[in-house]
Design a protein around this ligand. Structure first.
Ligand SMILES: NC(=O)c1ccc[n+]([C@@H]2O[C@H](COP(=O)([O-])OP(=O)(O)OC[C@H]3O[C@@H](n4cnc5c(N)ncnc54)[C@H](OP(=O)(O)O)[C@@H]3O)[C@@H](O)[C@H]2O)c1
Length: 240
């Protein structure tokens, strides 16, 4: 019997590392659901990948909105009945958007509202999506990959960018919490840092391509045996 096609859902899939992750997963034979908060952008991005002969469906998802997450999970349940890989990639970095900002986004003046908004997407967004999709994830090796950042590492924590740093540290905590609570299920939960990647967020000065940024995500999603509860960059464990 042919095993059922694996289904992967990627949040923030319309551009940057998310879009490249969709491409790489589809190239490896997974059916990819490219989730985007803007429906038109999601459709356009999915069409781009379909034009490359890849099997990618668009879906609408704002990870900061409970109702949107509920509808996304319902869409996945009705359309595919399962989710084998979830990539929590959607993220924002808005610390420098505040009018006072000195460019380094000093924590001395950081606005709580900016930090709250960042947590809402980068940390609570991932929590919402994991909770909503877990009932659809088979207990035989499904994968959750949280796209974190070296800026969330406590072992390398520096000043500035308080909202972004706190959100990624919190996301890493979620990785550990879910990995522990799901340890008997076969579902693997890991964090990754993509490195400094040329995207709208990373900027033109970044040193890595989106292909390089997506590599460890795709590895954790598709490799036969992977650990759980780890933090990885370039397929190697890094400290929390
Ligand atoms: N680039 C880097 O150097 C770097 C380094 C370390 C970690 N990361 C992490 O890698 C991930 C991807 O970053 P990127 O560089 O590809 O950034 P990007 O080009 O700015 O893309 C971010 C993606 O997240 C989506 N998004 C933001 N808020 C969302 C929400 N509430 N609901 C759904 N989607 C939302 C965006 O959608 P819209 O198009 O609608 O805005 C976009 O698709 C992020 O989690 C980021 O923190 C990036």
């Amino acid at each position: 019997m042919v095993p059922p096609r694996k289904i992967a859902a990627v949040t923030g899939g319309n551009r940057g590392i998310g879009l490249e992750t969709c491409r790489q997963l589809a190239k490896r034979g997974l059916k990819v659901v490219l989730a985007a908060r803007d429906e038109a952008k999601g459709r356009a991005a999915a069409q781009r990948l379909r034009d490359e002969d890849l099997d990618v469906d668009p879906a609408r998802l704002d990870v900061a909105d409970d109702e949107s997450v509920r509808r996304f999970a319902e869409f996945l349940r009705k359309t595919y009945g399962r989710v084998d890989v979830l990539v929590n990639n959607a993220g924002i970095m808005i610390d420098t958007n505040d009018s006072w900002s000195d460019g380094a986004a000093s924590a001395l003046k950081a606005k709580v509202e900016t930090i709250r908004q960042t947590m809402e997407t980068n940390a609570y967004g991932a929590l919402r999506v994991i909770q909503a999709l877990l009932p659809l994830m088979p207990r035989d090796g499904a994968r959750i990959i949280n796209v974190s950042s070296g800026m969330g590492q406590l072992t390398d924590m520096n000043g500035g960018w308080a909202g972004y740093r706190m959100s990624k540290t919190a996301l890493n905590a979620l990785t550990r919490i879910f990995a522990d609570e799901l340890k008997d299920t076969g579902i693997r939960v890991n964090s990754i840092c993509p490195g400094w990647v040329k995207t709208d967020m990373g900027g033109a000065g970044a040193t890595r391509t989106t292909e390089q940024g997506a590599d460890t995500i795709v590895w954790l999603a598709t490799e036969r045996q992977v650990p759980t509860g780890g933090f990885f960059r370039d397929r190697k464990p890094i400290p929390w």
